[in-house]
Design a protein around this ligand. Structure first.
Ligand code: TXD
Length: 319
């Protein structure tokens, strides 16, 4: 039985998600957008490439939730990007309203779906989505950590001239300037990064510069594009999560997941390593963080909490 994957938001990331999912033949794709022309146009355009790339999945576009019913996976990118002069709180207010609308739509039509949220400010929007939809907490997860970790690994691979696949690392915590690169778990060809520092292959100062560049990874792309934000790497990251669920791969992936005491925090979503399989978020992996990592992780959670407090002022039903 072919799987059904609904993409709520057919913009830059939504369109790229649809293309990648079609090329990997993960399932039939329904693109949903309040601007129906975008959804229908992108679905048809990608579908017309099927003879070239040989994939055999159906793609359609709509602005009716009825057309998305009984989806196995829903990936949400619906929202507005931050415009010049817009504060994070302005963006939060607008995207909270949008995600409430989306939650209403999907809970009526696909109550058993695995839901991957991408819309920013990610850590809060994914939390609001879970509350508004009432979906089980292990079936609602945020995409950010895979992207942040991928950016960090890419920068390290460029610096050390080593293929990205030979580098393992994790960037955890909130999806913002307070994100935490877990250097204690960073390995280059099986060697801990600290050993490379000791060997003089990379200076500590240079490593710290790469960590800072990762934190600003999204802003760097925005600066180049001028209009819009990153979408290829975010889409690739979302597809990895969807594939792990659909194929029960039980991959260990850094995602924004609901903490219920793990890492010492409760009732908050934050970027942590999780196992994603056919049951959704099947396990939260608790790493042995060193003292500095613990401190930075706690700081990152605090920044998420602060934004959550703003969200609760905007919509008291989130309390
Ligand atoms: O790592 C991450 N999580 C981030 C997330 C990485 C990059 C981008 N990040 C955020 O994803 C970004 O700040 C946005 O909040 C989302 C989507 O980014 P994208 O670049 O795809 O934005 P677009 O191109 O503006 O697309 C958003 C679409 C657009 O077509 C709107 O018409 C549609 O969302 N939209 C809606 N669809 C359905 N329902 C409603 N209510 C709605 N409102 C807008």
């Amino acid at each position: 039985m072919k799987k059904k994957i609904t993409l709520i938001g057919a913009g830059q990331i939504g369109g790229t998600l649809a293309h990648l999912i079609a090329l990997k033949e993960l399932g039939d794709v329904v693109l949903f957008d309040v601007a129906p022309g975008i959804a229908k146009g992108k679905a048809l355009d990608i579908a017309q490439s099927s003879p070239v790339n040989g994939f055999n999945v159906n793609l359609s576009g709509t602005n009716e939730y009825e057309d998305t019913k009984n989806s196995d996976v829903i990936i949400i990118t619906a929202g507005v990007p931050r415009k010049p002069g817009m504060t994070r709180d302005d963006l939060l207010e607008i995207n909270l309203k949008i995600i409430k609308q989306v939650a209403e739509g999907i809970k009526k039509t696909s109550p058993n779906a695995f839901v991957i949220c991408i819309t920013n400010p990610l850590d809060i929007i994914v939390m609001a989505l879970q509350k508004y939809s009432g979906f089980p907490k292990n079936k609602v997860v945020g995409m950010a950590g895979i992207l942040d970790s991928s950016r960090f690994i890419y920068f390290l691979s460029q610096e050390l001239n080593i293929p990205p696949k030979k580098i393992r690392s994790l960037v955890l915590g909130g999806h913002g300037d307070s994100m935490v690169a877990i250097l204690g778990s960073t390995e280059i060809e099986g060697k801990k990064i600290d050993e490379l520092v000791k060997e003089g292959r990379i200076k500590k100062e240079r490593l710290n510069e790469i960590v800072e560049r990762t934190k600003k990874g999204g802003a760097e792309i925005v600066k180049y594009l001028e209009k819009g934000s990153a979408f290829y790497a975010p889409a690739a990251s979302g597809v990895e999560m969807a594939e792990s669920y659909l194929k029960d791969l039980k991959k260990e992936l850094p995602c924004a997941a609901y903490l219920n005491g793990e890492y010492g925090f409760k009732e908050i979503y934050a970027g942590v390593p999780v196992v994603i399989g056919s049951k959704g978020v099947e396990k939260i992996i608790e790493l042995n963080l060193n003292e500095e990592e613990k401190k930075n992780f706690a700081k990152s959670i605090k920044s998420v909490q602060n934004l959550l407090d703003s969200a609760k002022k905007i919509d008291p039903s989130l309390i």
